[in-house]
Every structure is written in C-alpha cells, then in structure tokens.
Design a protein around this ligand. Structure first.
Ligand SMILES: *Cc1c(COP(=O)(O)O)cnc(C)c1O
Length: 381
C-alpha cells in the first residue's frame, strides 16, 4: 500500500529516484532483499502508528499483553529485530533486576553469572554471528558438545556456577545431526534452575517452543510473520519483564518505533488467523511456468517439495550444462546482475540445479523470469 501511495503522489518511485534495480525474489525470505512485503492491513497499522502519539510504555505493555493473549503465553514484547531480541534476552538474564548493572553492563566489572551455554553446532552465522549478539548482551559464549553432536548430557556438562542461561538456535542454519531437542534442552535448563532462550527467528510455529518449556522465544518480525522490520520475544512473565526493562539500558541502541510495534502486532494477529497457502495451491501457481520452461532446450523443470517437510512446493530447474555450454553458477550470477535482479535459491547450483520459491513472486513476475531466462540461454556465448 505504501509503495502505491508513493507512486500515486509523486511522479517518480523510489526505485526510479535512487536508480534502484527492480528485484524478483524467487529465493524466499531473504534479509539481503528486504525479507518480505507486508499486506496492506499491516502497512495501514504502520501508517496509523506514524500518524499518532502514544504513551509509549502503555503501547509496549498493552500490545505485549494482546499478543500474549493471542498466543496463549505469559507475556510478550516487541523489539527491533530478532538479533536485538537475542542481545536483550542475554542482557536480561545477566542484569535481572539490578538497576546498576542495567546501565553499566559493559562498563563495570561485575560478579553476576554471564556465561551463555549453547550447542557448538548452534554457534552459527545467520548473516551475523550468534556470538556477536551474545557479546552485545554482555554474555560469554560457552560451546557444548562437538561440531556434529550435542546430547543433553553434553549440554549439562558445560554448565558451571557462572552460567546465566542456555541458548538453542532453532534454524536450518544449525547442525541438525545428533542434536538434542528443545524439550530436552529445557529439561536440562530447569534441572539446573536456569532459563532456556530459544532463537526461532525464521520459524513458523509461534507456540511450540514455549510449550516445550523455553523461557524466552525470539522471532524475526519480517520473516514468517511478514511484519515490518521488528522482532518478537515471548515467554515467562519474569523474563519478558527483564527483557522489557533493557529499553533503559543497551536496548535503547536498538529501539523499536511505534510504527513497528503496531505493524507487527497487526501482522501477528493476521498470521494467527490466516488460512495458509497450501503446497497444492503453489503447484497450481507454478504449473504454467513449469510447462513453458520445459519448452526450452537444455532445461528440465519440475515440482519439488520442501526438504524440511513443510507444505511448500518449489520449482526445480535443472540445466544440461554440456548442451548449453554454460555453468549453472554462471546462469545464477547473470540473472542477479541483469537489468532486473532475479534471485533464486542457488544452494544446489554445483549440481546443475536451482530452485524457484514462488511464494513472493507474482504470476506476471513468473512470466518476466521465464523471458529473462529464455533470452539469456538464447544469447549464450
Ligand atoms: C534471520 C535470523 C536471525 C536474525 O533476525 P533479524 O530479525 O534479521 O535480526 C537470527 N537467527 C536466525 C536463526 C535467523 O534465521
């Protein structure tokens, strides 16, 4: 909605004004492309936020309580992004109720437990390293287990009197092999009277990790929830209150605005009541596209299903590199750097295959995508 309003009221769009490339995002929810494009109702909530004053403490508390009611959890607070949620959750479990430490977290030597124990295979880089956010929150990363395994016993073995919390990164970025579950991590945490923080930034289930016993669960506002740039922290009341008070400490450097708070609250409400697009609907959307692709020499397209078992269908395009005289990596690169920037899922380019995630692609864009690919293959050197 906001982009339409911009192009209606002005003769030039921001794309034209700043000479930005049009982007077709066939890769899924990617931070480097601006993540998602929220619905008009979410944009309207953002606009309402921008147009009014609020007693901000009241806005934070009441939207948090509203979201907690929607999700049936004790409490919730909106933050500026999931990374800020990690940093402030770590700060929360170290600072707790101390007024002094709240404003001196990094500047004063202190005796509070500050070690954050996480499975070694969860110490990942999701675009920025998990460890950087832990350090920002005043914590020290302690790795448990090995690169390829972490059991409940291995996690427990890394706990010392200096431990402030356990951290679990629920993500496709993490090592999945021989890894304890969130429920097992919660059991270890509670046996040692420690909280469990779960980073579920890109996950789709807003309640299961809380129900498995996590004390704080963090989500990214713009990924699955399709809200504005923002983050959500849900959890047990005491811990969420400690996260909230970080707004007078390190949280001030990662402040979320009224527009983000109202936009994400609206997005969460819509997400909870949505009828999800089924894999079968995605198949119907991509079938004409697949049929056209299969008319191109050296190209084979078909439907593939999400490897993590979610109800998501994607288009797999396989290239006959020998017949085309072109490497798949080269095709991916040329489509990114063309007049219109087209981004695919390129994880399997070394096998001669790419995947098209059609969820954020309009039927018109699918036609453009086909045309760009056909032109590229025709003019190949
Ligand atoms: C995307 C992501 C984040 C960061 O989310 P932001 O809202 O962009 O800060 C953190 N952890 C994981 C696992 C992610 O996928």
């Amino acid at each position: 909605m906001s982009s339409d309003a911009l192009s209606d009221n002005n003769t030039v769009s921001p794309h034209e004004k700043y000479r930005l490339k049009q982007v077709i995002n066939a890769s899924g929810r990617m931070t480097i492309l601006g993540v998602s494009t929220p619905e008009p109702a979410v944009a309207a909530a953002v606009e309402y936020g921008l147009g009014h004053f609020f007693e901000m403490k009241d806005l934070v508390l009441k939207t948090g309580a509203y979201i907690a009611g929607l999700l049936n959890v004790e409490d919730a607070v909106i933050v500026s992004c999931a990374s800020a949620g990690i940093a402030q959750s770590v700060a929360a479990v170290i600072v707790k109720e101390s007024d002094h430490l709240l404003v001196n977290l990094h500047s004063a030597a202190h005796q509070e437990p500050d070690e954050i124990v996480l499975p070694k295979g969860h110490n990942v880089n999701y675009g920025a390293p998990v460890g950087t956010m832990v350090a920002l929150g005043g914590g020290k990363v302690v790795e448990a287990g090995y690169a390829n395994e972490c059991s409940a016993a291995q996690l427990a073995a890394a706990i010392t009197p200096r431990t402030a919390a356990l951290l679990y990164i629920k993500s496709h970025h993490s090592v999945q092999k021989s890894m304890l579950t969130v429920a097992e991590a919660a059991e270890v945490a509670h046996r040692h009277q420690l909280p469990l923080i779960v980073d579920a930034a890109a996950e789709e289930d807003l309640t299961c990790y809380y129900q498995m016993g996590a004390d704080l669960v963090i989500y990214s506002g713009a990924k699955a929830l399709e809200g504005p740039s923002s983050g959500l922290v849900i959890g047990r009341a005491t811990y969420v209150a400690w996260v909230r008070r970080q707004s007078e400490g390190i949280g001030r450097a990662m402040k979320v605005g009224k527009e983000g708070i109202l936009g994400l609250t609206e997005a969460i409400e819509r997400y909870v009541h949505r009828v999800p697009v089924s894999g079968q609907q995605l198949v119907e959307k991509m079938t004409p596209f697949i049929e056209r692709l299969n008319t191109l020499p050296g190209v084979t397209a078909r439907v593939v299903w999400d490897s993590a078992g979610r109800d998501i269908a994607r288009t797999e395009i396989a290239f006959d590199e020998a017949a085309l005289g072109l490497r798949t990596g080269e095709i991916v690169q040329r489509l990114k750097t063309g007049k219109i920037a087209i981004y695919f899922r390129g994880y399997r380019a070394n096998e001669g295959k790419i995947e098209v995630d059609v969820r954020s692609v309009t039927p018109e864009q699918l036609t453009t995508l086909y045309t760009c690919l056909a032109t590229l293959l025709e003019k190949r050197p």
